[in-house]
Design a protein around this ligand. Structure first.
Ligand code: HEC
Length: 117
């Protein structure tokens, strides 16, 4: 590793630490305000997770491109089925997310799906 590599590696480490810091601050702010607007906040946080993890197959903004289940039609009274399908996967196309998404992230996704997008 030359010194340029070292610098880049350090810069990368710092940017990761910065991200962790911003995330931590965001969570604290979120926690401080959540009693007032829990549902709306959760749905918009869930939207961010969704676009990262799910949109490639389920479509941007849940506009199902025809590859996967149309999540706008998911029964909004069946959280248990949602959590199981996300954790364990479904059929051959839907990957299991257990270990990749926390229970909190799945809760946020559920808030987003329930909101209808
Ligand atoms: C690689 C493509 C792919 C990704 C990424 C993906 N899904 Fe799926 N998903 C599918 C397919 C295909 C199905 C239909 C499975 C079936 O019924 O056989 C499905 C079905 C589902 C269902 C319906 C399951 C049921 O109970 O019928 C839910 C809920 C779901 N996905 C949620 C998500 C969430 C939330 C994410 C992001 C964390 C996600 N999916 C990411 C492909 C994907």
């Amino acid at each position: 590793m030359d010194s340029g590599d070292q610098r880049r590696a350090n810069a990368h480490k710092e940017s990761l630490m910065m991200k962790a810091y911003v995330l931590g601050a965001g969570l604290m702010i979120g926690a401080a305000f959540s009693p007032l607007t829990a549902d709306a906040d959760d749905a918009s946080d869930g939207y961010l997770v969704y676009n990262d993890m799910c949109a490639t197959c389920h479509g941007k903004d849940m506009m199902n491109p025809g590859l996967a289940f149309d999540l706008r039609k998911f029964p909004t009274d069946d959280k248990a089925r949602f959590v199981t399908s996300v954790n364990k996967g479904k059929g051959t196309g839907m990957p299991p997310w257990e270990g990749k998404l926390s229970a909190e992230e799945i809760d946020l996704l559920w808030a987003y799906v329930k909101s209808g997008g």
